[in-house]
Write a protein that binds this ligand. Structure first.
Ligand code: PGA
Length: 228
């Protein structure tokens, strides 16, 4: 068993993850690689649509995404919440208000992710449901770039709560009705695919790491958002 941990598990692990997971997943790779030094990893970080393309072309062992593909037969396991919240600059006039009507967002300059983004799709479907049209001031293909634009005062946006890191003092999370948009990260692979021992090892590791993460980060439960 010890030999198993220390080197018998060898080979290549190919992962592809959506952009919101790019903080969580790489952080976990350090301890994983220490545990399994014989495993080499390649990690692609891209948007929902590109992940689907990669899956169709069978380019990776495992995928992490928030919306399970409808037209591909997959095996999927939810492992962590991925709430989408309204980000604004820290001194935004709405920052202190409670239960802001969603319609109020129409008066703000909005920064939107690129077409193909799952985040964008989730935002758009909430806005469509409430027949809301926002003023898209800027379209950007990166969560990080959007955060910089918000901090620079260009507007507000809706991003995964996971994109907030040590820079949290620069932003406020607005308390808007119908938010957070509840989403979940899934670990996914095509149904017919036989996972390698290496991929199976990572799969189990990720599920376990997510469980520990939930236990240690109570701020990720739904009720405590105001405390952020
Ligand atoms: P995105 O992925 O990078 O495609 O927006 C995030 C998500 O789907 O939750």
């Amino acid at each position: 068993k010890v030999a198993d941990l220390k080197g018998l598990k060898q080979g290549q692990l190919k992962l592809a993850v959506i952009t919101t997971a790019k903080y969580f997943v790489p952080r976990l790779l350090g301890p994983f690689c220490q545990l399994y030094p014989g495993i080499d990893i390649s990690l692609q970080v891209t948007n929902h649509e590109r992940i689907l393309e990669r899956m169709i072309n069978n380019l990776d062992d495992l995928y992490i995404m928030s919306q399970v593909p409808e037209n591909i037969d997959v095996n999927c396991q939810p492992f962590l919440d991925n709430p989408l919240v309204v980000f604004a600059p820290v001194n935004h006039p709405l920052a202190k208000e409670k239960n802001i009507p969603i319609e109020r967002l129409a008066q703000e300059a909005f920064i939107m992710r690129e077409p193909g983004s799952g985040t964008r799709r989730a935002i758009q479907s909430l806005f469509d449901k409430h027949e809301l049209t926002v003023k898209v001031k800027l379209e950007l293909g990166s969560n990080e770039a959007i955060k910089q634009a918000i901090a620079g005062g260009l507007g507000i946006s809706v991003l995964s709560r996971h994109t907030l890191t040590s820079d949290s003092s620069e932003f406020s999370i607005l308390d808007v009705e119908h938010f957070p948009i509840k989403r979940t990260w899934y670990i996914v692979y095509p149904s017919g695919k036989q996972l390698s021992i290496v991929a199976r090892t990572y799969y189990d590791y990720l599920i376990n790491a997510a469980k520990n993460f939930i236990e240690q980060n109570t701020s990720f439960s739904w009720g405590t958002f105001e405390q952020l």
